[in-house]
Design a binder for this molecule. Structure first.
Ligand SMILES: [Zn+2]
Length: 254
C-alpha cells in the first residue's frame, strides 16, 4: 500500500506512512484490506463532494487539509522512531486534529472491508441510486451509521458535541437539495447521539425548530436501535422502515 503525495513534503509523507501503519496495526488488523493499491494525498477540495476521505478505484484518497500542520506539531517524531500518538504534544486543538485524521482514515478502511461483506447495500448507493432514491438514502444511512457504530476508533467527546449542536441549530431548508443533504448528515448525527444519554438526547432535540425534522430524528434513532441488534445484514428489507420515514417526511414538506 504505497503512499502517494500529490501535495506536501517528504517529511509529511513519512509522517502519514507512520500514521497509517499505526492505524492498521492497532485498530484495523481485523479488516480485509487486500486490494487497496495506494493511499493518495490530494489538495483540499479536489476530492468529489469536497470529502475529506474517499475510497475510489481501490485508492484511498485523502484531503491535504486533514494533515494541516499536524506532522510538524507532533512531538516525539523523527524518522527513526515510532510516533507515540498518545503523547501528542500541544493543545486540545492538535489532539482534535490528530483524532480527525485517524478516524477519517480508519472510516474509509472500514468501508473497504465492509463493501466486500455487504455488496448489496453498497450497490444500492453506488449503482442503483436512481431506482428508488429513498431506499438508497436508507442504505447510505445504514452504511454510514454502522461504519461509525461498529468501528473501533472513537471520536472525541468534544467533537461529537460540536457536530450535534451544529446539526440541531442549523435551520434546514426543506428544498430538495437541502433535504437530501440533511439525510446524508443524519447517520453521523444519530450515531453521535448514541453517545449521549436519552435525557441529553431529548434535551438536544428540543433545539430543533422544525417539528417534521424533530419527529424524523426520534424515529431514526428508534429504528437504528432495532437495526443494530440485527448485526451486519446485507438486505434491503430491513431498511424499509427508514425508507418510509424519509419518504413520509419529504411528502409532508412539499
Ligand atoms: Zn463513510
Amino acid at each position: 500500500m504505497d503512499v502517494v503525495m500529490h501535495i506536501g513534503t517528504e517529511y509529511e509523507k513519512m509522517f502519514l506512512e507512520e500514521v497509517i501503519k499505526h492505524i492498521i496495526v492497532n485498530f484495523a488488523s481485523n479488516l480485509d484490506l487486500s486490494g487497496i493499491v495506494s493511499i493518495e494525498l490530494l489538495p483540499h477540495k479536489t476530492i468529489p463532494n469536497e470529502s475529506s476521505g474517499r475510497m475510489e478505484n481501490k485508492k484511498l484518497l485523502l484531503s491535504y487539509h486533514l494533515l494541516s500542520d499536524i506532522a510538524y506539531k507532533c512531538e516525539n517524531y523523527n524518522s527513526n522512531t515510532e510516533i507515540d500518538f498518545k503523547k501528542v504534544s500541544g493543545d486540545y486543538k492538535v489532539i482534535e486534529e490528530v483524532n480527525v485524521l485517524f478516524t477519517t482514515i480508519y472510516h474509509e478502511l472500514f468501508h473497504f472491508d465492509d463493501r466486500k461483506k455487504r455488496p448489496k447495500l453498497y450497490a444500492s448507493v453506488e449503482i442503483n441510486w436512481d431506482e428508488n432514491i429513498y431506499l438508497s438514502l436508507a442504505a447510505l444511512y445504514w452504511i454510514e451509521f454502522s461504519t461509525h457504530y461498529n468501528g473501533k476508533l472513537r471520536e472525541t467527546e468534544q467533537h461529537m458535541q460540536k457536530y450535534c449542536n451544529n446539526f440541531v441549530n442549523r435551520n434546514w431548508n426543506f428544498s430538495n437539495e437541502e433535504y437530501f443533504y440533511m439525510l446524508k448528515q443524519m447517520p453521523y448525527f444519530i450515531y453521535r447521539c448514541f453517545h449521549f444519554s436519552i435525557i441529553q438526547f431529548n434535551e438536544l432535540i428540543t433545539k430543533i425548530d422544525n417539528i417534521i425534522e424533530q419527529k424524523m430524528v426520534i424515529e431514526c434513532r428508534e429504528v437504528s436501535e432495532k437495526l443494530i441488534t440485527l448485526e451486519k445484514f446485507d438486505d434491503y428489507v430491513e431498511l424499509r422502515q427508514l425508507e418510509i420515514i424519509f419518504r413520509k417526511a419529504y411528502k409532508k414538506t412539499i
